[in-house]
Design a protein around this ligand. Sequence first.
Ligand code: UGA
Length: 431
Amino acid sequence: MNLAVIGTGYVGLVSGVCFTLGGNHVICVDKDEEKIARLGQMKSPIYEPGIEALIEMNLKEGRLKFSSDLRESVRLSDIVILAVGTPSLPNGEADLQYIESAAADIGRAMEGYKIIMTKSTVPVGTNEKIRQIIAAHTGYPFDIVSAPEFLREGSAIQDTLHPDRVIIGLDNPALEPVMRELHQGFTENIVVTDIRSAEMIKYASNAFLATKISFINEIANICEKVGADVTEVAEGMGLDRRIGSSFLQAGIGYGGSCFPKDTKALIQIAGNVDYEFKLLKSVVEVNQGQRFMILAKLHESIGSLQGATIGIWGLAFKPNTDDVRESPAREIIEALVKEGAHVKVYDPIAADNFRKQYDHPLIHWCAVPEEAGTGSDAVCLLTDWAVFKDIDLHLLAAGMRKPILIDGRNVYSKEQIEGTGLEYYSVGRPR
Ligand code: UGA
């Protein structure tokens, strides 16, 4: 099949590249000509393990193209995949301006029947809107499919090629065999549903995963007070198959481009039909508070932060990505600076991205993790990058002004800390 993917962000680029592996011909389209030019030189705009090798292979084999010519790309394709961003508006609602303008562009470009498949995360009812917009710009027939994406940054290719399930929302049953063919080899678990339910499955899934995280974070906070160990609690809970062990890792809360945006959007979707989603509101509130547990632990261990030097390990919202969107690190560092602390920051990949968004004279950018500890009053681990697990903690403690380690992701075991001289704080585990 011939596919055009509109939008070369995470979802668009990864889906586009992965669909070529089924023998399809894919054109990835973006308005940003510079991005398209760089992609043509096999340079990925996102940090994602394995993506540049796949781009190179498929470009060379002629199955993948990059273009900023939407009209021509739509004309050459059987299926047009919408994968543009849906960021948050200030009130939490999803901003649909990119979806709406892409839909109008697609309508104007059509010169025959097309299947329009939405992969962007969009509020319930949006695919209906997309249908109306396209219909207002073309007389040619078309069908709409909602196929939400469940990939995670850092394991996006694996998640796309081997998903737990593929959700296909449609209202024309004739499309089902086409969609099954397109996803052949990905998974046997293809769930065909109506369009609105498919749109809801995406939000409900992200909201549920966010709920698991806030739940375990609250359990962790209670564990600290009653002397229990949240890692043991999570392990014991997770063995119950009805609960499951994933997304029960306590820490400083979730960030990224999806959970914060999608939880707020679902609260708005519910609010728009006069339903107050109380549980999800609490999930968001708990998540917002959780990052400040780091500050509370700093105050507990060193008192005033005025003039103190604090090392920070990790800026990305999670490991294996350079993405700093909604990363808890941002608010933590802002709070430290506000309290007059000197902050020595290290991240293996995400420092440049972070610095473009936020910098301050009190921040010192470190080249290696150990540097963030030298002469510091405390080091706070905010992202569980593998590199931090291998640090020589004896040397770290020896180089610090006060040997205090605040582990916001429960990376170290008791055995690793013992004998290092570090005063160690983690999340929901006994001290
Ligand atoms: C998330 C979902 O996992 C994907 O299924 C979905 O497709 C994607 O959003 C999206 O909507 O596009 P992603 O944001 O890449 O993927 O990252 P996750 O691996 O889910 O992690 C999200 C955040 O939760 C991170 O900040 C991570 O540190 C935190 N987390 C995760 C925890 O604090 N504890 C856990 O147990 C798991």
